[in-house]
Design a protein around this ligand. Structure first.
Ligand SMILES: [Zn+2]
Length: 363
């Protein structure tokens, strides 16, 4: 069984308003799930619009992350008030929690991404973290959300940093899926990989323009947010679990184990993981193009004000056994790093990160 996409997708300006009739048919008592105070105004608008549709609405916020503690607390609220759907309105953590909660209660989930930082509004997957943001596991859901509302007017209000983060995460799709899955003899997987290549090309062409210019009537911005929020999800939907992530996400997951003073967004960490993946490919797989890709990506990441080293994520790998901890988690048994077509050992991770961080420090 494979769930390729949400059942219905509304996109563009006023997508939210256009979705209201269908939402009112689907649910009579939704719970709006959110998190950050920056998006309170948007969720308030969503709340009022649903009230005007004569729905009995309630709202709740995550206290921490997409973590089991918040998930069970929200599930209790839903059961107590007999809510018949979850409307998850926020970033990746909120969307992932909403999908997980809805599925475990057997009620529909409506995702309303409020930034282009991830494709979590689309996918049948929830990434679970601890309360402190340390990655625990990817949880595969039975299906994609019932309705996805990708309203450009909402996305426009998000901090620019979320757009940059979404670009880095979506770029990783090509570099990860092509190295793990290009030999799989499955037409759909191969087609998904090719979509991720076109997606990467589009982001290389439009990403910086989207980041630097006005949103209004800007096709680069439109293409970029939809690439990050929609197409990246489609690649996962078509490719399924065989279209796998690899080192970039494995390293991301390991970096989240180190609790740093400032929190970084998913894609900001994945971008650093991606550069390290390419270094590994160069070192262990004799990939002659990896260095070219690193140079090309480095320029874009810098233009997007994204971190390019673990140090820039506020972590000194040479302190507190951090390097050891990152290498351990990256190479643990169930890590995605082992989907790479060559063997990776802890010492490889230590070597590649040491070289990378030392070289950067000198610069
Ligand atoms: Zn990701």
């Amino acid at each position: 069984m494979q769930s390729i996409s949400p059942e219905t997708i509304y996109r563009g300006n006023y997508a939210w308003e256009k979705s209201l009739p269908q939402i009112s048919k689907l649910t009579k008592s939704p719970l709006i799930l959110g998190r950050g105070i920056n998006t309170n105004n948007l969720r308030h608008k969503i709340f009022i619009d649903l009230k005007n549709q004569k729905l009995s609405v309630n709202s709740a916020n995550l206290q921490f992350d997409c973590c089991y503690e918040d998930i069970s607390r929200i599930k209790k609220i839903i059961s107590k008030n007999n809510h018949d759907s979850v409307i998850a309105a926020g970033g990746g953590k909120v969307l992932d929690s909403g999908k997980y909660i809805a599925e475990s209660l057997n009620i529909p989930c409506i995702t309303v991404p409020l930034s282009a930082s991830t494709c979590a509004g689309w996918t049948a997957l929830s990434n679970i973290y601890t309360k402190n943001g340390q990655f625990i596991e990817d949880f595969a859901l039975r299906s994609c959300p019932k309705i996805l509302v990708f309203d450009h007017k909402f996305i426009k209000t998000a901090p620019l940093r979320t757009l940059a983060s979404g670009i880095a995460d979506a770029l990783a799709k090509w570099y990860e899926s092509s190295i793990t899955s290009s030999t799989i003899n499955d037409g759909l997987v191969q087609q998904a990989i090719q979509i991720s290549r076109v997606l990467r090309d589009q982001l290389l062409i439009d990403g910086q323009k989207a980041f630097n210019s006005e949103f209004e009537n800007n096709p680069s911005w439109r293409n970029t947010i939809e690439a990050c929020g929609l197409t990246a999800g489609l690649v996962g939907g078509i490719g399924g679990e065989k279209c796998r992530t690899a080192a970039a996400h494995a390293i991301h997951n390991a970096i989240t184990q180190i609790i740093a003073p400032n929190k970084f967004l998913h894609g900001e960490i994945v971008g650093v993981g991606l550069l390290l993946q390419l270094k590994l490919e160069e070192m262990k797989n004799n990939n002659k193009l990896a260095d070219q890709s690193i140079k090309q990506l480095m320029v874009l990441l810098k233009e997007l004000s994204l971190p390019t080293t673990i140090a820039e994520l506020g972590i000194n790998v040479f302190e507190n056994n951090n390097l050891e901890k990152i290498a351990d988690f990256t190479c643990r048994d169930k890590s995605e790093i082992h989907f790479l077509p060559f063997e990776i050992h802890k010492r490889d991770i230590v070597e590649v990160i040491t070289n990378f961080e030392q070289k950067k420090i000198k610069i």
